[in-house]
Design a protein around this ligand. Structure first.
Ligand SMILES: [Mg+2]
Length: 214
């Protein structure tokens, strides 16, 4: 559903989770990159997406997808097409026994949203607001949460939201974004490089993260 501020959320009152969250970018991370993905028939899960989600579930993470969808502000497609794509992603995950706890989407773009303001910028990644909203609705602790993305803006959103760790993958736009993504690391913010989602699972395993590690 669309919130009054123009942000889309899959469930305004999801079950409280009280653990860390695994935040995932959508395009180029859980689904294969397709330019302005807007048709259900073009949805394909990225290699390793099911393994990653099974792993995260087993470690007690809430799972939330955080996605910029400027194709809407650009007039390339509408929320109805976006929702059809979301339904297809949910269907393909469900076939593997998987669900997402929450999806948050932002249509804003600085060049295509009329009267784009600092508030719009807070919502669009690299702004932190979609992660903050997801953590608040899920009852998750941001500092213990982890983001996985293919763009530097995914990693920067994680840093802006106060996460301590993000994983940058080479799927989607990852190759051209790698250098900028790794440069976002700070003393209190790790950016772990991974090849793909299978490799990301190995990274998480090596870090011994999640509720069961406490
Ligand atoms: Mg992406």
């Amino acid at each position: 559903m669309l919130l009054p501020n123009g942000i889309w959320i899959s469930d305004p009152a999801p079950a409280k989770h009280r653990g860390p969250a695994l935040f995932l970018d959508r395009d180029g991370v859980i689904v294969r990159e397709v330019d302005y993905l807007s048709r259900a028939e073009d949805v394909g899960l990225e290699t390793g997406a099911a393994e990653l989600l099974h792993y995260a579930r087993g470690r007690g993470f809430a799972i939330a997808v955080i996605t910029n969808q400027s194709g809407i502000a650009r007039g390339r497609f509408g929320w109805a097409e976006f929702e059809a794509v979301e339904a297809e992603i949910a269907r393909q995950l469900s076939a593997q026994g998987l669900t997402l706890d929450l999806v948050v989407a932002c249509a804003f773009h600085e060049d295509h949203t009329p009267d784009f303001t600092a508030d719009h910028a807070r919502w669009r990644k690299p702004g932190p607001a979609m992660l903050e909203l997801a953590a608040e609705r899920l009852g998750c602790d941001l500092a213990g949460s982890i983001m996985i993305g293919d763009k530097a803006s995914d990693i920067e959103a994680a840093r802006n939201a106060g996460l301590k760790m993000a994983i940058h993958v080479l799927t989607g736009h990852g190759r051209e974004e790698r250098e900028a993504a790794l440069k976002l690391a700070r003393r209190d913010f790790d950016v772990l490089p991974a090849r793909d989602l299978i490799d990301a699972v190995m990274r998480l395993e090596a870090q011994d993260v999640g509720k069961s590690a406490l």
